[in-house]
Design a protein around this ligand. Structure first.
Ligand code: ACO
Length: 338
């Protein structure tokens, strides 16, 4: 892409959403056959009933390619019109080349800039903020923000404390330029990170600290999580981030048509929803069927809400996420299909 600031300002719109999940459904009963757990424990502690597992040959980019094609079809946009692909992911195909570049090549997005974004489950919100900045400064017209994850590959499938939580999938959104209008597009973002909590949610090996060449242990090669600490952090930042954003926008939660939170645990969501005072009817959840798909989780929920007719043009959507880093973020946008 070539971007030149020519003084013309445009507005970044949420133009299309889409998703793809692998075929294989893994129920809680199947998990209980593999580790010391039960459908009852998983369902009551997390709200999860089943999740998807990628096939042995399927990597994150394979899921991402299909999701990307669906989003472009929904927007009626040719792949070579994309200026940039941002792939938030905690389970990239490789450290490099980026999963975004692999997806770009396979969908025919010739000339598009492409990079992966590391903010774990908050990655989609961070990516939307980057895309909005690119589009609103006139540097790009069409940016694809596409979470692509195969977290089951980096989860110890013998550790009951983590393996029941995560699933695979890809989902995202197309952010496109439209004529400037202060009251539309992405109205604002609230983003943050607290690196002191990094050890509470970490995949230790594979980078420069514990290189793959050092033959890391099984535990070092999988997600390590302090569930209780992450739970406390998640409930706090979901409420704080949404509250700060609403205050900055001088808006009331009653104005939000649909809240789409990161799908990690229904107890985290229910607690935050009650404290925020939003009608639970206006909160979309699908954690029961997909578990935690990290950076794909918010757009997977957004896409399903759209498919179910819960998202109409002009609707005000609030999204909020949290995850490794530790990171958090929220945004408010109008859903405006092209
Ligand atoms: N089946 C049965 N028992 C289990 C299981 C399981 N799958 N997992 C843990 N237990 C046991 C524990 O061993 C413990 O037993 P003990 O009391 O004998 O020691 C007991 O259940 C209670 O464990 P807790 O950790 O206190 O359970 P809690 O109610 O906190 O639920 C959970 C655990 C679901 C992990 C919760 O803490 C949670 O959801 N935390 C947040 C996780 C999260 O959102 N992570 C993703 C962040 S996003 C990202 O960036 C990837």
């Amino acid at each position: 892409m070539i971007g030149v600031r020519n003084g013309a300002r445009s507005c970044a719109r949420l133009a299309a959403v889409g998703a793809h999940v692998p075929e294989r459904v893994v129920t809680n009963a199947e998990m209980a056959a593999a580790v010391d757990t039960s459908d009852e424990w998983i369902a009551t502690r997390t709200g999860i009933r089943e999740r998807r597992f990628a096939g042995p040959e399927e990597a994150s980019s394979d899921l991402g390619v299909i999701a990307a094609q669906r989003i472009l079809a929904a927007a009626d946009l040719a792949p070579d019109e994309l200026d940039m692909i941002i792939t938030p992911t905690a389970s990239p195909d490789h450290i490099f080349p980026s999963t975004a570049a692999i997806i770009g090549e396979r969908i025919g997005a010739r000339g598009a800039a492409a990079f992966d974004l590391s903010a774990a489950c908050t990655g989609f919100i961070y990516g939307l903020a980057m895309a909005t900045g690119m589009v609103e400064t006139g540097l790009a017209r069409h940016v694809l923000v596409l979470g692509a994850e195969t977290l089951t590959r980096v989860t110890d499938q013998t550790d009951r404390a983590t393996c029941v939580l995560f699933g695979d999938g890809a989902a995202g959104a197309l952010i496109s330029a439209a004529a400037e209008d202060e009251a539309t597009g992405f109205l604002g973002f609230e983003l943050g990170a607290d690196g002191s909590g990094g050890p509470d949610l970490i995949l230790p090996a594979g980078g420069s600290r514990i290189p793959a060449l050092s033959k890391p242990s099984r535990a070092e090669s999988c997600i390590n999580m302090n569930g209780r600490e992450v739970f406390k952090f998640a409930t706090r930042v979901m409420i704080d981030s949404c509250t700060r954003l609403l205050e900055a926008l001088e808006m009331d939660i009653a104005e939000v048509d649909l809240l789409v939170p990161h799908q990690a645990n229904i107890r985290i969501i229910d607690y935050a929803v009650e404290r925020l005072g939003i009608d639970p009817e206006r909160v979309f959840n699908n954690v029961d069927r997909y578990g935690n798909t990290s950076s794909a989780s918010i757009p997977l929920a957004l896409s399903e809400a759209h498919d179910n007719g819960l998202l109409s043009p002009g609707d005000l959507v609030m999204m909020v996420g949290f995850g490794g880093g530790l990171t958090w973020g929220s945004t408010m946008a109008r859903f405006e299909p092209a």
